[in-house]
Write a protein that binds this ligand. Structure first.
Ligand SMILES: Cc1cc2nc3c(=O)[nH]c(=O)nc-3n(C[C@H](O)[C@H](O)[C@H](O)COP(=O)(O)OP(=O)(O)OC[C@H]3O[C@@H](n4cnc5c(N)ncnc54)[C@H](O)[C@@H]3O)c2cc1C
Length: 494
């Protein structure tokens, strides 16, 4: 019989933070990874590694990025991202639904947790380009998202596993956890399938950190609703809700926004699941600088309602609701230099034309006459008296339209015009398990289940309706570390 102090289910960011925390307290730890080694790390590997963290000035950033160059310090306005701003962002985008105790931990522990990871060898760098545009020779960061893991998601996962190996954490690949071993005294291990055989692994504590149910077509349709079976999965094909199911089977309590998820505009011809060779390159996040039209040739959303960070995660759903579940994003040459790298990948569904009339004929499945009318009405509505500035919410609006555009409205008049076809790409689901502030999974009577802890995507009651960019990794790190510490305490280690 195999026995460990702590079993961690999963090997993404939340799981590895839990494993590191438990190991740091002297526990023997094994991480069970359903994926083969080449696909390890779940959604974490697919990210760009952007992390939303509190910082009150350059000093705080230097604790996380001590190797920032003199040149970078001189030419960059990093601003601040205070705890109050983080609280406000979480409250606003979740419509005040997020659990205040969990948000308190997320925000207050964000900087200390990244400092802890930095101490374990993780490196962080500023997100130039995506989160700061150069205006008058100076970069200015906007939207509260300033740093990313070195090497993006793959770099973060690599660093996690390097640290884990050096600290003596065992990782078993192609190990599919299928159920929990539990009785009235609590959880005693997991059943796991490896090489076609099911066996029991015993432990004093189990941490579930094996993702949401975004890659489960059946559950998506059941909980998110009709048409969600048609969404593309942006990341791992392995996050099928197993952790949530296993816990519910032994009486855990569900909570949070089970009909909600993070979903974005994603290339219309992207594959069913994420492709690690492309990573997050199928996303198309520069829509605030253009317009989006649906099959009827109509705009359907305020592309400039807020900074991209605060709208992208809810606009995937809006695209899914359009006829045929697709949209085209349209830009002219005045803004193409601002388009993110992902617009220049080889696997892109794109049209180009020298006039709007020519473009109308190239937008597959769109009513051309109605598109032309939409573009002309929009052009006429742009308030050109306000200067365009991509680093601030510039208030340059297109008003008086059925669907207004609140910021960054530019006329479409400088050819060649570029258009990109998108559909809905689901990132992760919001509903999940109820946990205490110690990371313990709670049962349907509200009591902690002895020996069971959870972190990451499968925790409910944190995100509702929408999500501030970069919070997924931060939440996984904060609650992963807490769950690992609590699991260690449950084994009697301190
Ligand atoms: C394309 C893309 C880009 C993103 N960009 C960002 C970003 O820049 N910043 C940000 O903060 N967030 C981003 N996110 C969201 C972010 O990826 C997640 O919030 C975060 O990585 C979740 O971490 P996790 O550890 O909970 O889950 P994951 O990283 O998905 O890990 C889950 C793990 O569980 C394993 N697993 C699943 N089922 C089982 C089972 N039955 N047995 C054993 N193992 C199992 C999986 O293989 C995987 O190892 C992005 C997501 C995607 C898809």
């Amino acid at each position: 019989m195999d026995a460990y102090d702590v079993i961690v289910v999963g090997a993404g960011n939340a799981a590895m933070c839990a494993a590191l925390a438990a190991r740091e307290r002297g526990c023997s730890v094994v991480a069970l990874e359903r994926a083969p080694l080449e696909e390890r790390g779940g959604n974490t590997t697919f990210t760009a590694g952007a992390i939303r963290v509190v910082y009150n000035g350059l000093e705080d950033l230097l604790e996380l990025m001590p190797d920032l160059s003199e040149e970078e310090r001189r030419t960059t306005d990093f601003g601040t991202y205070s705890a109050d701003q983080y609280f406000d962002d979480m409250a606003r985008v979740t419509q005040n639904r997020a659990n205040p105790d969990l948000v308190e931990l997320l925000v207050r522990q964000s900087h200390p947790t990244l400092k802890w990871l930095r101490g374990k060898g993780m490196r962080f760098v500023p997100i130039y380009g995506r989160q700061a545009f150069k205006v008058d020779g100076r970069f200015k960061f906007w939207g509260g998202l300033t740093i990313e893991a070195w090497g993006g998601g793959p770099g973060l996962v690599e660093a996690h596993h390097k640290t884990a190996a050096a600290s003596g954490i065992e990782v078993i690949y192609e190990a599919h956890a299928t159920s929990l071993l539990a009785d009235d005294d609590g959880v005693r291990g997991v059943k796991v399938k490896t090489d076609g055989r099911t066996r029991e692994l015993h432990a004093k504590a189990v941490v579930l950190a094996c993702g949401g149910f975004e890659a489960n077509t059946d559950w998506r349709t059941r909980y998110l609703g009709p048409n969600w079976d048609l969404a593309k999965v942006r990341g791992s094909r392995f996050n099928t809700g197993d952790g949530i199911r296993m816990a519910l089977e032994i009486g855990a309590q569900s909570c949070g926004n089970w009909s909600g998820c993070h979903a974005v505009g994603w290339d219309r011809n992207a594959p069913e699941f994420g492709d690690l060779a492309v990573g997050d390159g199928f996303q198309k996040h520069s829509y605030p600088f253009g317009i989006m039209v649906n099959a009827k040739g109509l705009r359907f959303v305020d592309e400039g309602a807020d900074f991209r960070n605060y709208t992208y995660a809810k606009y995937g759903r809006v695209i899914l609701e359009q006829p045929g579940q697709f949209a085209w994003q349209i830009f002219d040459q005045k803004v193409t230099h601002l388009l993110r790298d992902e617009y220049r990948i080889r696997q892109v569904t794109k049209a180009q034309a020298d006039s709007l009339e020519e473009l109308a004929g190239k937008l597959d499945d769109v009513d051309p006459a109605r598109f032309l009318a939409t573009a002309r009405e929009y052009n006429a509505a742009v308030d050109q008296s306000v200067a365009f500035n991509p680093n601030v919410k510039d208030g340059r609006a297109a008003k008086g339209l059925a669907v207004p555009k609140s910021n960054w409205a530019n006329t479409l008049d400088k050819p060649p015009f570029l258009a990109f076809a998108v559909t809905c790409g689901i990132t992760f689901t919001f509903g999940g398990l109820r946990i205490t502030t110690e990371g313990q999974v709670v049962d349907t009577d509200g009591k902690p289940i002895p020996g069971l802890f959870a972190a990451g995507e499968l925790v409910g009651d944190i995100f509702y309706f929408n999500y501030p960019g970069g919070t997924g990794l931060m939440s996984g790190a904060v609650f992963g570390r807490i769950a690992g510490n609590s699991a260690a305490a449950a084994t009697g280690r301190n």
